[in-house]
Structure formats: structure tokens, C-alpha cells
Design a binder for this molecule. Sequence first.
Ligand SMILES: [Zn+2]
Length: 371
Amino acid sequence: MPTVVVTSPELLDLFAQPTFFGTQLDVSLATAQEAVLAQCRRPSDVALLHLGGSELDVLGLARQLHTEPGCDQTRDVIVVPATVDASTLDAVHAALPRGLAVWPCSADELYDILAEQVLLPRRAPRRASADLGVVVELGGTRIETVVCEASVEELRIALPRPIDVGSALTLDFGAHISGQSKTAARIQSIEPRVGGALAGLVLLSPRPEVRGLQAQLALWDVRPGGRDGSLLVTLQGEIDENTTFQGLLARIGGAPDIVFDLHDVSRMNSAGVRQWCGLVAALGASRLTFRRCSLALTIQLSMVPSAVGHAEIASVLGPYACVSCAHEAVRLLPTPVIRSQPALEAPSFPCACGGRLDFDDLPERFFAFLR
Ligand SMILES: [Zn+2]
């Protein structure tokens, strides 16, 4: 079980959030140099060193972790305040931490940063809320019901009674798709609910139109955000000519403060960029924040200024490669860390082989969205 040592109570608080339920991390707070070193003795240990979060000399401690016998395998992550100045940041880069984070960060962001360092349980694909009327044909009866949730792998429908896992059924999407509207499906989970059950089902060899409908249902999810009164919108999957944001706009248009989490946007083609720019423009009156922008999205943000519009970009996922072993990785890069460098430099990170992970793109091109 990985041990995580944190050096501020604010960081410790994040581990109490649902994101970390079931991760079995052994998390402790240490606010003295010796106490941190004493906790860091195994390669799977992580030290989250909060610059400015305590009286600790964090940079001195990071250097000591790298050289102290027994501690040099510890995965140190330096957490810097969003207002960090360039000279402090130079010193942070020189300490060559294994990971970087910017405070304040959310539990989700912290999870991703830790998942770069130690093995954490894979999080299930996010299920988006849906409300799509369908008909289920099950053993000769037809049941009118709704798809309540969708992920890229599963649909969840309401049923009047529990049925066996593994049962086969037919799902009829009716007028929601063109052509043959029926598709075969199999129940893979059942959760009893008052007055019925919530059934998770997989579609069996769906036609492209059905697959597209599922992708569209799973594309966005909206829930209350971390900031007061803000909305958190998570997008996942492909944004292309089949994507329409009209339903999303109807849901979030007029909201004053919207945060987009974009780490699961796997592809965006030119038709998708046009849709995206239309969405950003239509949200012109809202405060917009993009965080954890995927590689696929960031490339577009840097080429197409109206894809950024008036949004603030909080963090992006950057491409990395090891100079020694050619290992490729992505690292979460908080934009304040990039912006505070005069030449838009990206930090390097240690590789597991003992070599160094360097940024693997042209910084002036990749980070063009910052100009
Ligand atoms: Zn390497």
C-alpha cells in the first residue's frame, strides 16, 4: 500500500473526498523535516511537499529526499501556490521533483497527479446523466422506460423490477435514431431501487448510428462544481461532425461560472472544433475555466484562438518522453507554472529508469494558447 506524506492540513483534507474512497492509501501529515524523511523509505512512497503551506523549507527537503540514503526512490511532488514567482519556480524546477501541482487544486486533480507516481485503482468511466425515452423488449413484454445514465461503455436504464444479470433484451431507440431502431443488449449489473431497479447494460454489436447515439449521451456530464455556485462540466470521447452541443447549451447556458474538465476528450477534428467554438461563443457571458485539457484538445486550442475565446486555461496535459529509455508519458501542467517562465518552458521530470522525462513538443507551438 503506497504511503503518502503531506506537509499541510489543506492537502490532507482532499483525501477525505469521495475521489479517494477505496484507494487504500496510507496518508499522514508531517510538518517537520525529520518526520517527512522518516516516512519516506520505500519506492512507492509519495511526499506531497506544499510550498508555502507550512514553515518547512520545502526545496531543501526535496533536495534532501533525492540524496538521503533510503529516501532517494521517494516520489516527491512539489505543490506550488498559483501566485508563484519566476525565481521561486526556477528553484522548484532545479529541484527536479517527480511531479508538480498548483495550489489550490481539486481532489480529482490531485488523484491524477498521484496516479502518475503510484498505482491507483482505475476509475470507472464517468457516467453522464441522461433522460432518453426508450422501449425495452424483455421476454415478450414491452416496457417503456428511460436511459438515466450513459458512459462510453454502458447505458443505465430504469426497470420496474430487478432481473438477472446476464439476461438478454432488446432496446428500441424509436425515433432517436434513423433506420433500424432496435439493438440487442445484455444486463451486466442490477441495483435495486425503490419501486424497481437500475440496470447497467452493454449493447451487443450496435450499428454505427447506435454507437454514435451512445457516445453523444455519454459526451457531457454536468454537476455542481467546487467553487461557490459554479458548474462542473466533464466532456469525454470524440468531438466531431456527429457532435452537437445544443443539449449541453440548453442545460448550462446562462450559468455565471462554468468549469470544464477536458482530460477525456480523446479526439477533436476540424468539424468538432467548429462545434466547440460555437459553444464557447454562446457561453460568452459566463466565466469559463478549462482544466486538464487533453493533448487532442490542447493542440486545437493552440491553433484556433476562438476555441479558447474568453476562457481561462487552468491546466493541460503535456507530452513527455525520456531521453534515455524512450518511455512516453503525459504530465499535468498547471498553466501558472508555464506562464511564469519568460520563454514558456515546460519543466522536466525524473523517469523511472533514472533518466529524465523532457517535454516532447515545441513549447512555443504547444503553449501558443497562452499568448
Ligand atoms: Zn526513462
